[in-house]
Design a protein around this ligand. Structure first.
Ligand code: SF4
Length: 344
């Protein structure tokens, strides 16, 4: 079939949470000195009345208060290890150096990483985070550093990345793996530090976003976020091994019974971005909660449903998108989030 010939096939790639980030007032993208007291104070200020994501909870995460995401101001990581279930251009023969952050601000009813979102993992200092990232690069020889669901910690992460870039300590691509429920302001704080965005676009319709993620503003927020991501990283660049060095991959998880929503998503993305992004159309949805039938999500995506969505992508003329082989929807692709790989 034409689709098979023009698409970039991948065996399967694994579960990840989704989340958000957004500051709103001061400029977090200012000049970066070091990851010192000044930076720590800046991060603490952001957390003290948190508006890092569009939830804008305005609670004090430094003082035992918790917002929608459930995160404190201290980094919490579920796992930091080579990960083999991302798109092939992020994995290659080396594996992606995935750092899975605990908690999430989006909180989709069908979350595939519910333990991680509930806070599974270990607290880490900034120094531990730095050493964990450098271990993945220098000892595990990861193809990239893949920050999974980092958005609610962006006030801590952005200055660290700027420093590691400035000193040359971190020299492999950095991937920002997000739900796209990010503010433009938060993303701008990452300018120059992120090489690749691995970004979801879950819904095109506010009512669906409200029902499944309690975020009717998701379509608008995510499109503005994607605009910023595309503007930041520019054209798609791979090395001679086929590993992604710069670019934006937009993932869309097909949901059972929501095929019309997938059509809208694909049409919108193709019209707005054309070939400036690479689409990844996923079928790995797994119904993990007993109450999902209430949302019409009691089953896996059928082969027929997935094929119809891929056919629609073909009919739109979308070239070179990623798609998944049948059978990807299994809990076996969801790793343990017990702090594995975090440097103590
Ligand atoms: S990052 Fe967490 S506490 Fe801050 S606004 Fe978002 S959900 Fe609320």
């Amino acid at each position: 079939m034409l689709r098979k010939a023009s698409s970039l096939e991948m065996d399967s790639f694994g579960g990840r949470a989704s989340c958000a980030s957004t500051p709103a007032s001061a400029d977090p993208a200012g000049p970066n000195p070091t990851c010192s007291g000044v930076q720590a104070t800046s991060a603490a200020n952001e957390y003290a009345s948190c508006i890092l994501c569009p939830r804008a909870c305005r609670i004090d995460r430094t003082n035992n208060e918790r917002g929608v995401c459930g995160a404190s101001s201290t980094l919490r990581i579920g796992r930091a290890a080579l990960h083999w279930w991302e798109e092939p251009c992020l994995v290659g023969d080396q594996g992606s150096g995935a750092v899975f952050f605990s908690h999430c601000a989006l909180g989709c009813v069908y979350c595939q990483n519910k333990d991680l979102v509930a806070g599974a993992g270990v607290e880490v200092s900034i120094d531990q985070f730095v050493r964990t990232v450098l271990r993945l690069q220098d000892e595990e020889h990861a193809a990239n550093i893949n920050l999974v669901t980092p958005s609610h910690y962006v006030a801590s992460i952005a200055p660290v990345l700027r420093e590691l870039r400035a000193t040359g300590s971190l020299h492999i691509p950095v991937v920002y793996n997000t739900s796209s429920y990010d503010s433009v302001r938060a993303l701008r704080s990452l300018r120059g530090s992120i090489d690749c965005y691995l970004a979801d676009f879950k819904y095109a319709t506010p009512d669906v976003a409200a029902r499944l993620s309690r975020a009717s503003d998701y379509p608008d927020v995510a499109l503005q976020a994607l605009d910023e991501m595309v503007d930041q990283v520019g054209d798609w660049v791979e090395d001679d091994q086929g590993l992604l060095q710069r670019g934006v991959i937009v993932r869309h998880l097909v949901l059972p019974g929501y095929i019309d929503e997938s059509y809208k998503v694909l049409g919108l993305l193709h019209e707005r971005y054309g070939d400036r992004i690479r689409l990844s159309i996923m079928n790995q949805f797994t119904p993990l909660r007993d109450d999902l039938p209430r949302y019409g999500l009691g089953d896996k995506v059928s082969h027929q449903e997935y094929e119809r969505v891929l056919d629609y992508a073909d009919d739109l003329g979308i070239q070179d998108y990623f798609w998944q082989e049948g059978g990807a929807a299994t809990e076996s692709f969801i790793p343990l989030f017990d702090g594995t790989g975090v440097v103590s």
